[in-house]
Write a protein that binds this ligand. Sequence first.
Ligand code: SF4
Ligand code: SF4
Length: 114
Amino acid sequence: MIQLDVLQPESCNDCGLCCEGNGSPVVLYTSRPHETGPHPFRPSGLPQHLIDDIDANFLGLYRGQEPQDRCLWFDPTMRTCRHYEWRPMVCHEFELGGTACIETRRPFLAPENQ
Ligand code: SF4
Ligand code: SF4
């Protein structure tokens, strides 16, 4: 379990806590073989090898049906997103230092810093 030095972050470095325990937002990018028209969530230009990897893990699943332990794109060693530039909208909207961020971090604050 990681321990944080400060509650209020200046960056996401060495945190990554919001990428764990909430499923895998990139499941939204899974191919929809029975639907026509543009994909509703996938950004244009998303590299094919990333699409193939997502499909290999999630094809046929909807958000919430995927494994919940950590996001497919989360690197637990570096504690970063492996494809940050392609992260889904929900990840863009998770505000650094916002209420959800702080409450996610609070249980991991080192005892000597509380
Ligand atoms: S947004 Fe907050 S909880 Fe998520 S990785 Fe960054 S600092 Fe951690
Ligand atoms: S796409 Fe990246 S930023 Fe979003 S939850 Fe997954 S690892 Fe975290």
